[in-house]
Design a protein around this ligand. Structure first.
Ligand code: ADP
Ligand code: ADP
Length: 232
């Protein structure tokens, strides 16, 4: 489902060049929950942002759901992003829109007719357990509920891949667990491939099938969770 080949990303800033991702190669299978863990500055967000074309690699190739996202641009990239959606640490909701309207937003962009849109939004609200909160604004929701809106919005166009950028890092431990359970449920029910980045060990332990450990832009370890953590 995802193939990252020899990817390097160099940022040029006023302070000089920074190699954020350094010759990374990875294969992620369909239906996998794959985690990338590492300290701040290891290159995790740069890596995940290259999976949906938010960053373009300096060299190497990234193929996701059969699309070469390291090459495509414009409308082709926008279309690919319907299949490769993302959730964020700070949710990135539209604050002047209700729960229903936030979830409907990507369907509007995809020009789904209104009657179909309403039906799809109702399904998504049920899927993420937000019944009764349809007309609330984000400011009236708890952190966990906000992330449920983020997940429903990300799933609106039936993506093949869900990217999670520190998706539980702003949540308390109990809420984190309930969001992780929802992600596992979605992975099982929809067969969705999930890639998550986190600095939190227990997130990785709780839901990932396989993980990569990143340090200074490089993948220093990769394998099934139990195998990687078995090493001293
Ligand atoms: P992580 O997500 O693991 O914290 P990042 O991918 O955010 O790591 O950052 C990796 C490195 O790249 C860091 O040294 C960071 O300062 C640098 N970096 C990230 N984004 C930019 C940018 N837009 N411009 C310049 N340097 C950046
Ligand atoms: P958080 O506390 O979650 O970090 P932010 O204020 O950073 O919230 O906003 C999260 C997202 O919501 C951002 O993408 C921002 O652009 C968007 N946003 C914030 N306020 C509004 C608003 N009044 N209308 C539409 N979008 C908004």
């Amino acid at each position: 489902m995802i193939s990252i080949q020899n990817v390097k990303k160099i940022y040029a800033s006023s302070k000089g060049k920074v190699t954020a991702v350094d010759h990374v190669s990875l294969e992620i299978k369909e239906g996998e929950i794959f985690g990338v863990i590492g300290y701040s500055g290891a290159g995790k967000s740069t890596l995940i942002r290259m999976l949906n074309g938010l960053e373009i690699p300096t060299s190497g190739s990234v193929v996701v759901a059969e699309k070469k996202v390291s090459k495509i641009k414009g409308s082709e990239l926008r279309k690919a992003r319907q299949e490769i959606s993302m959730i964020f640490q700070h949710f990135n909701l539209l604050w002047s829109r209700t729960v229903r309207e936030n979830i409907a937003f990507p369907l509007e962009i995809a020009r789904i007719p209104k009657s179909q849109r309403l039906k799809r939004v109702d399904e998504l609200i049920k899927l993420v357990g937000l019944e009764g909160r349809e007309d609330a604004y984000p400011s009236q929701l708890s952190g966990g509920q906000k992330q449920r809106v983020g997940i429903a919005r990300a799933l609106a166009n039936n993506p093949k891949v869900l990217l999670c950028d520190e998706a539980t890092s702003a949540l308390d431990p109990q809420t984190t667990d309930s969001i992780l359970e929802l992600l596992v449920d979605i992975n099982k029910r929809l067969g969705l491939t999930i890639v998550l980045i986190t600095h939190e060990m227990h997130v990785i332990r709780k839901i990932c099938h396989r993980i990569a450990v990143m340090e200074e832009g490089k993948v220093v370890e990769i394998g099934p969770v139990l195998e990687v953590f078995k090493n001293p």
